[in-house]
Design a protein around this ligand. Structure first.
Ligand SMILES: *[C@@H]1O[C@H](CO)[C@@H](O)[C@H](O)[C@H]1NC(C)=O
Ligand SMILES: *[C@@H]1O[C@H](CO)[C@@H](O)[C@H](O)[C@H]1NC(C)=O
Ligand SMILES: *[C@@H]1O[C@H](CO)[C@@H](O)[C@H](O)[C@H]1NC(C)=O
Length: 348
């Protein structure tokens, strides 16, 4: 690994839990400037008519004949821009971008506040899972792909974060907000406790934004030592990729205009995780998620306004059984360094 490596990799150990997600990162040098400044190709720059078959060279002032390229690669646009298309989905409960090749979202962003969580007008018993018609049929995740796959249709924005209206809750049930997730021991357990942790943050921060999505991390082959990405694909024919990991990037706002934002970044393996695992074991540098996903979070946030979430609150889960969770009101994560802080679980 080079001096500049900051990579997320899947653990080599067969053991799951923290061992199955590992961040390999090292600092110690100045970063090289970006060698390839981004070239923007407009998909609308399509040609409308044929070009002259024999372009006439124009003599420049210095008498040299500029080279006329003998080919026109961007002529392909006359037949259509190949993509990628991100299928931006603005819904009342979330905004998201879709990964057409893997039939999963790339990221799903939500916003929760103390008031949004207090309002209880949606009930998940009145919502049904739906295919997302806004995505072209050939790229869509299908209900039948999940059927008997052994995986849960795992909400990226949890239904419980959109109880403020039935329509908002319904909008979390589109399959474009789902990824195949291990059910027992993950989606219904540790991941749910993690989602509960995010909700409890609203006891400290008046406004919390959470970006959630899948990762497909490389894993070192114990035989030849090479790194490979391997993931299952569910459906007949195979259609929806099963992510190896999931990330959450948390942006907890102090509620002031231009105020501070507390950032937390976590990566969890899509696997059974023991409730005894410390949530902090899954905390990673945000840049590691950015490098693994190709996405960028909070690029516009000045460093002076950044704070570290887990330095302000205790990043830990409270384990509650499903039935208990339904009855439980939010209890805030204890304030960092205050052992007598509020840890008790209030009941409705
Ligand atoms: C929510 O979804 C259910 C099931 O499709 C539907 O019957 C109901 O009308 C929807 N509610 C709202 C408010 O959109
Ligand atoms: C942001 O945090 C810094 C300390 O890290 C503090 O000095 C500053 O007052 C905070 N800004 C606001 C708007 O609260
Ligand atoms: C610590 O927590 C207790 C109990 O909630 C509270 O009364 C006290 O003000 C807190 N102290 C600090 C320094 O936050």
């Amino acid at each position: 690994m080079s001096k500049f490596t900051l990579a997320l990799v899947a653990g080599t150990s067969a053991a799951v839990g923290a061992a199955a997600s590992a961040a390999v990162y090292s600092f110690g040098g100045r970063k090289k400037p970006d060698e390839n400044p981004q070239t923007i190709i407009s998909p609308v720059a399509t040609r409308t008519g044929p070009t002259a078959p024999y372009p006439v060279p124009i003599h420049a002032a210095d008498g040299r004949v500029p080279t006329i390229p003998p080919v026109d690669p961007s002529g392909i646009y006359q037949y259509g821009f190949p993509g990628p298309v991100n299928d931006l989905r603005p819904a009342s409960s979330l905004v998201s971008c879709f990964d057409r090749a893997r039939r999963n979202p790339q990221w799903v962003a939500e916003h929760i506040t103390p008031a949004s969580l207090l309002k209880r007008e949606g009930d998940r018993r009145h919502s049904v899972f739906t295919e997302d018609d806004s995505i072209p049929e050939k790229f869509r995740a299908k209900l039948k792909d999940y059927f008997r796959s052994g995986y849960d249709r795992g909400h990226q924005v949890p239904a419980a974060d959109a109880k403020w209206s039935q329509a908002a809750m319904n909008s979390t049930f589109a399959l474009s907000n789902m990824c195949p997730q291990v059910g027992d021991g993950f989606n219904r357990d540790y991941w749910a406790h993690f989602e509960d942790f995010c909700r409890r943050l609203t006891s400290f921060y008046p406004s919390v934004r959470i970006v959630t999505g899948p990762l497909y991390l490389p894993k070192r082959d114990p035989v030849d030592g090479k790194w490979r990405v391997s993931y299952e694909v569910i459906g007949h024919p195979p259609n929806v990729a099963v992510p190896t990991h999931f990330y959450k990037v948390i942006l907890a706002e102090d509620g002031k205009t231009g105020g501070n934002v507390s950032l937390g970044a976590f990566v969890l393996p899509n696997a059974v995780i023991s409730n005894n695992k410390d949530l902090k074991d899954f905390e990673v540098p945000m840049e590691a998620i950015e490098r693994a996903s190709g996405l960028e979070f909070a690029g516009l946030l000045p460093p002076a306004r950044k704070k570290r979430l887990c330095q302000e609150v205790s990043c830990s889960i409270i384990v509650k059984e499903y039935q208990e969770r339904q009855k439980t009101m939010m209890s805030p994560p204890p304030v960092k360094g205050n052992v007598s802080g509020p840890t008790a679980v209030a009941r409705t």
